[in-house]
Write a protein that binds this ligand. Structure first.
Ligand SMILES: NC(=O)c1ccc[n+]([C@@H]2O[C@H](COP(=O)([O-])OP(=O)(O)OC[C@H]3O[C@@H](n4cnc5c(N)ncnc54)[C@H](OP(=O)(O)O)[C@@H]3O)[C@@H](O)[C@H]2O)c1
Length: 357
């Protein structure tokens, strides 16, 4: 009973990086569960955060705070009065970054430390830190073929050597967070989502959304037919709330639902949307890793079917302004390719002497 009283459902909580893909769904979920949310954004006036104010009950249950992860005081002010903090913010690069130390590692590592220090100072009851499976999978010492679980950590040296800077940033940030928790008696739980897809309602596309859009558009010339563990953004939000509310939640949770190869993703999408260009020239690879979310499932986590996630994603892209150009262009390409096919068909028929008009 005493344990149950640790965090109060429906109390005041803070979410960092609230305008992002994952955090937007989390804020929506928290408000729908009656929580009062302190949402940090770097620029409250930027249109990319405007969707937050449109959430149901936002006028009563949502407050925006201007905060940067590298500015301790701004984090302290945003988390003041909160029982719980969800630290979601982190740079997630969509292209190669010229200065990984300043652009990725420092905001992830020092930023997480700032959040945790503020939580200690404010006696926050539980902190949920969003890490990533990139902090799990880059481990050359893990036995080949063994399913990866929460015991597996990416090797920082290997990340450095292979210049996987985002992997390095997330690995260091998560490891530091759990170390800080132990040394400072702060209740910290980390969640490591895999590739997050699903509908978005913010007006900008994040890394994983672009990943799916690129598959639909067939943008890259070639890609490895790798195994991804795809998880729905709404299921990630559920997982974050679950580990926050369950008293017995502790340390680290992998949040990865459907292992699937890119080719199967394409086949699934093609069965519903036959007319997009899609990625082809997939090259086969043999270094896939399997992961398990058993620990999270034991806590009560459930996830929706992958096909639902993929369809809901594509449908939401059609609605968003940033994809207007893409869909128009795709439609134009389809019309053009239709016209070309028709023309070459007419030519063929003339050659074969079949055409009568
Ligand atoms: N998407 C995935 O597939 C995936 C998978 C596993 C883990 N994750 C983790 O999930 C979290 C959210 O990812 P996402 O996909 O939702 O990314 P996102 O949409 O790009 O959101 C990232 C958020 O972090 C904020 N941020 C970045 N640097 C900051 C700084 N210095 N100070 C304050 N805020 C800062 C961004 O604010 P601005 O809008 O101001 O830039 C943005 O709101 C991240 O921790 C990421 O590592 C994502």
């Amino acid at each position: 009973m005493e344990e149950e009283a640790r965090v109060k459902k429906g109390s005041r909580v803070c979410v960092t990086g609230a305008g992002g893909f994952v955090a937007s769904w989390l804020v929506k979920l928290l408000i729908s569960h009656g929580y009062h949310v302190h949402a940090t954004v770097r620029d409250p006036c930027d249109n990319k955060n405007s969707h937050l104010k449109k959430l149901e009950n936002a006028s009563e249950n949502l407050q925006l705070f201007k905060a940067d992860l590298l500015d301790y005081d701004s984090i302290l002010a945003a988390a003041a009065g909160c029982e719980g903090v969800f630290h979601v913010a982190s740079p997630v690069p969509t292209t190669k970054v010229p200065n990984p130390e300043a652009q990725l590692i420092s905001p992830a590592v020092t930023g997480t430390q700032n959040v945790l220090k503020a939580c200690s100072a404010l006696r926050v009851k539980r902190v949920v830190v969003v890490s990533s499976v990139v902090a799990v999978t880059l481990n050359p010492h893990w036995p080949k073929g063994k399913v990866m679980d929460e015991e597996c950590w990416s090797d920082p040296e290997h990340c450095r050597m292979t210049e996987n800077w985002y992997y390095l940033a997330k690995t260091l940030a998560e490891a530091d967070a759990l170390k800080y928790a132990k040394e400072n008696d702060l209740d910290v739980v980390t969640v490591c989502p895999s590739m997050v897809l699903g509908p978005l309602f913010q007006p900008t596309a994040n890394f994983s959304t672009l990943f799916l859009i690129n598959i639909l558009k067939g943008l890259r010339e070639s890609k490895e037919n790798r195994l991804y563990h795809i998880v729905d953004v709404r299921d990630v939000a559920d997982a974050l709330l679950l580990v926050y509310e369950k008293p017995e939640a502790s340390r680290r949770y992998i949040c990865a639902s459907h292992p699937i190869k890119i080719r199967e993703v394409i086949d699934t999408l093609r069965s519903v949307y036959p007319n997009y260009s899609y990625l082809n020239n997939l090259t086969e690879v043999d270094y896939d890793h399997l992961m398990t979310s058993e620990k999270l499932k034991k806590l009560g986590w459930k996830c929706r079917p992958l096909k639902e996630t993929l369809i809901n994603s594509v449908e939401s892209y059609k609605e968003e302004w940033y994809c207007t150009h893409f869909w128009k262009k795709t439609k134009r390409n389809q019309e053009e390719s239709g016209r070309k096919k028709e023309k070459s068909g007419r030519k063929k028929e003339r050659v074969e002497g079949k055409r009568v008009d």
